[in-house]
Write a protein that binds this ligand. Structure first.
Ligand code: PMM
Length: 265
């Protein structure tokens, strides 16, 4: 899954693809590089980022999705708002990537149920302005697993078919670096649930912290690509269904290496 943030303030590629032609060009490049789908987002989830109105979010994502759909490119819409998801699906989006796991908007389950589309439920505890204070767990692996199971149960109770669902631990969302590493170390706790698992680790700050220099200065965002690729290989070897990445080609190569090893087992 290639990331296409059409926002002025996303943490790693913010502002670069706000212009429609640039966004299309970048999506095409990612597709040529081997992305199976393009994740189009119109609101940054960066810690402390400003939230935008649903109409502004739709204004940003709908034209991009329409044009990508016309080119036969598969898209997901990165939104927790039912109204935005509904417009995006009507414009040709195939998948709803919901960072709130259905908690952000009570109407999302209906939209997904009616559309019959895949719905990625990410583990989430609250909006980015409150994320840091919500990063408390007794046992992060067991707690995230249990909270995702609740999201799955609620979706099914609302009439969504289990076959439409995928899950995501939400690395960095109300999670410290240590929480993220624990979730990765115990990925089987999520893959064991039998639903496709997506991981979004690309360029995230826990990688910057891991790669901090001797003075403790974190590795800048645009120099976290190799660590991201290492994580993609790990994800692919350990049963993840997909990874959400900014740099598609190295991710595709890492997944190919992992697939070759798995095939030879
Ligand atoms: N991370 C971001 C945005 N959307 N969606 C899913 N499913 N999983 C993630 O980990 C995720 C996401 C934040 O990263 P960005 O600012 O680089 O888009």
């Amino acid at each position: 899954m290639g990331v296409l943030n059409v926002t002025p303030d996303s943490f790693s590629d913010g502002g670069r693809y706000a212009d429609l032609e640039a966004a299309l060009g970048h999506a095409r490049e990612m597709t040529v590089a081997g992305a199976d789908l393009i994740d189009v987002g119109g609101e940054s989830t960066r810690p402390g980022a400003q939230r935008v109105s649903a109409s502004e979010e739709a204004r940003r994502v709908v034209p991009v999705i329409e044009l990508l759909a016309a080119e036969g490119i598969t898209t997901s819409v990165d939104t927790y708002r039912a109204a935005v998801a509904e417009l995006a699906l009507a414009s040709g989006a195939h998948i709803v990537n919901d960072v709130s796991g259905g908690l952000g908007d009570p109407d999302m389950a209906r939209v997904v149920r009616d559309a019959g589309c895949p719905w990625i439920l990410m583990h989430w505890r609250g909006h980015s302005d409150r994320m840091a204070e919500l990063a408390t767990y007794d046992d992060v692996v067991a707690d995230v697993r249990a909270e995702l199971l609740n999201r799955i149960d609620d979706a099914i109770a609302a009439g969504v078919d289990a076959g439409q669902l995928a899950i995501d631990p939400g690395l960095g969302f109300a999670k410290t670096a240590a929480h993220n590493w624990s979730l990765l170390a115990h990925l089987e706790a999520l893959t064991g649930l039998g639903l496709p698992v997506l991981l979004g680790a690309s360029r995230k700050s826990f990688l910057g912290q891991l790669l901090a220099d001797q003075d403790g200065v974190v590795r800048p965002t645009d120099e976290r690509g190799d660590a991201t690729t290492a994580l993609t290989a790990f994800a692919a070897l350990n049963g993840a269904w997909g990874v959400r990445v900014h740099d598609v080609r190295p991710g595709v190569d890492a997944a190919a290496v992992a697939a070759a090893i798995r095939a030879a087992r």
